[in-house]
Write a protein that binds this ligand. Sequence first.
Ligand code: GTP
Ligand code: MG
Length: 370
Amino acid sequence: EGSLTVAELAKKLGKEPSEIIKKLFMLGIMATINQDLDKDAIELICSDYGVEVEEKVVIDETDFESLEIVDDPADLVERPPVVTIMGHVDHGKTTLLDSIRNSKVTEQEAGGITQHIGAYQVVVNNKKITFLDTPGHEAFTTMRARGAQVTDIVILVVAADDGVMPQTVEAINHAKAANVPIVVAVNKIDKPTANPDRVMQELVEYNLVPEEWGGDTIYCKLSALTGEGIDNLLEMILLVSEMEELKANPNRRATGTVIEAKLDKGRGPVATLLVQSGTLRVGDPIVVGSTYGRVRAMTNDIGRRVKEAGPSMPVEITGLNDVPQAGDRFMVFEDEKKARQIGEARAQKQLLEQRSVKTRVSLDDLFEKI
Ligand code: GTP
Ligand code: MG
């Protein structure tokens, strides 16, 4: 760590503390023997003695969320965009998600059994798009509140027969706060009362100016019910994705975020993870939130067993010792022992935090009663 007292520094250098204090004085620094010296002062003294300071960076892997992932740009490759659908109640979010899923996914499924794992991928023009299956603002804000940013593009669904409504505005605000580009899906154009122009006019007030009006917001007129315009929407998503230059390094230990998790009677804790960097493999020692384990089985969004998952791919895994929470981050470690150590330390920390919150609450209660 960056600081040492005068006495500690003297000991390290094999000098008398008084000598160090004298030197510091000459350098214009008044110091006592037990005073902490900052990095600059330590470096000054050391260079005066001709000693080179070698900085040891202590990486706290327990707090792996705050570790910045630094990749050589040469290792980065294109990754699929991760898309969240938001919009006002009844404007057609679920219908749109299902419609996209059915048009693109079902044909690959042998039995046609669609299992919901909280996210799915579709293939458009040989490119993948990942959709988060939990529409609505709650999922988005919960994740963001927990520091996780998983969404690359927001699809804002606005019903053409209803126009901009309170939750439409809320969605815009969320997307803007997260600095995520918005593609507007003007839905329900099959309805006789549909008025897409009105939707565009209303949204101009929120700075979502359509391209055809000289702005840079993409509007897709569609019907989630009939399927009209959905292919175009998917192509536009790819276009935005290309402009965003979404990239990740697949050749490193995987990190990412929990989309959802539950306790399954037969399989134990089950978590849907979105890999954001690196490649996750069966057998990987992993810490997920404050849980840990080894990836035992891994299945994709259509229930098929897979051995690995690269960036932007959602997978369901088993093998954890407990159920993590949506929004928790995960990270793969070099061995099981390390994963266990880190996982236990995190669980301990979480427990302490929860306790201190509880104590505070009950103290408040107590004071209220008095
Ligand atoms: P919440 O989850 O309650 O916020 O609603 P939602 O946004 O998921 O809307 P949902 O997909 O449930 O659709 C609401 C209603 O609108 C349903 O009755 C749909 O069948 C209908 N609907 C959705 N899309 C279209 C469309 O393109 N055209 C028509 N005519 N109806 C639609
Ligand atoms: Mg819905």
